[in-house]
Design a protein around this ligand. Structure first.
Ligand SMILES: Nc1ncnc2c1ncn2[C@@H]1O[C@H](COP(=O)(O)OP(=O)(O)OP(=O)(O)O)[C@@H](O)[C@H]1O
Ligand SMILES: [Mg+2]
Length: 243
């Protein structure tokens, strides 16, 4: 089993979009048993997958040990893809983890799922707190979506510092240029400055995910966007295999 975090300190950079589309690639293209674990109270991952939330707000209870992960996991429309949804209760997660004083709570919960899943993908909130610290301890790889802006370099430096600070053995980081539009000179410059980073294009097909409530590969498989996520997924599998 490998756990992959989609993380940035910055909001609105494409984390949830990446998490949902990459989880779909893992389940559908690689046929891996995949769990998409939403750690953001807004439950964007469930929305994009077309999974309607349950009435009871219990996401936090997994961390206190009151409920097992398997009790809260929901099926999706896709073979091999399950969702551990978030809800409002997750807003208290940072305080809960602090209070529990268990630095590896998320890492241990994740490890306990290795019998059931081949890939676990975390959709992270844009925070720098105990949640992000625990995510770094639980993850085997951290994907950082970076829109092409000079600010992104600073954001990336902050993420690298957070990952390194999480412990002696920190997970590798894969930066990905997100929302790239090669017609724009600033975007071309960002691409030229980082020629080895994978790229996800700015695409209306990706925006449409929120209307269709499906991953782009499920409704427009031939699109540049769907191919972009498939290529990114291949790069991730390669990185996991090579360390
Ligand atoms: N490659 C893309 N092309 C076009 N639109 C995109 C792309 N990636 C993301 N978006 C749009 O940008 C917005 C923010 O994306 P998303 O919700 O995935 O970001 P986020 O990092 O998860 O945000 P938050 O920090 O609020 O959780 C959404 O409206 C999404 O549709
Ligand atoms: Mg999000």
């Amino acid at each position: 089993m490998a756990a992959i975090a989609i993380y940035s300190v910055k909001g609105g950079v494409g984390k949830t979009t990446f998490a949902v589309n990459l989880a779909w690639c893992a389940a559908t293209i690689s046929r891996r048993k995949t769990l998409l674990w939403d750690l953001d109270a807004t439950n964007g991952a469930g929305f994009l997958l077309g999974v309607d939330p349950k009435k009871k707000r219990q996401a936090l209870s997994v961390f206190s040990g009151d409920r097992s992960v398997s009790k809260l996991v929901q099926a999706t429309d896709y073979d091999n893809l399950s969702l551990l949804p978030a809800d409002e209760s997750i807003r208290a997660l940072d305080r809960q983890l602090d209070r529990l004083g268990k630095k590896k709570r998320l890492a241990k919960l994740t490890a306990s799922l290795s019998k059931d899943y081949d890939r676990i993908i975390f959709d992270c909130p844009p925070v720098l707190n105990e949640i992000s610290t625990q995510v770094m301890r639980a993850a085997d790889l951290v994907i950082v979506p970076l829109p092409p802006s000079p600010l992104s370099t600073r954001v990336f430096d902050t993420v690298v510092a957070e990952v390194r600070g999480s412990g002696k053995k920190h997970p590798p980081i894969l930066p990905v240029l997100s929302m790239i539009d090669m017609r724009r000179s600033l975007h071309r410059e960002a691409r030229e400055a980082n020629p080895t980073w994978p790229v996800i294009p700015a695409a209306s097909a990706i925006e449409r995910c929120a209307v269709e409530r499906k991953p782009v590969g499920a409704f427009d498989p031939g699109s540049v966007a769907a191919r972009g996520f498939a290529q990114l997924w291949t790069a991730i599998e390669r990185k996991l295999a090579n360390g």
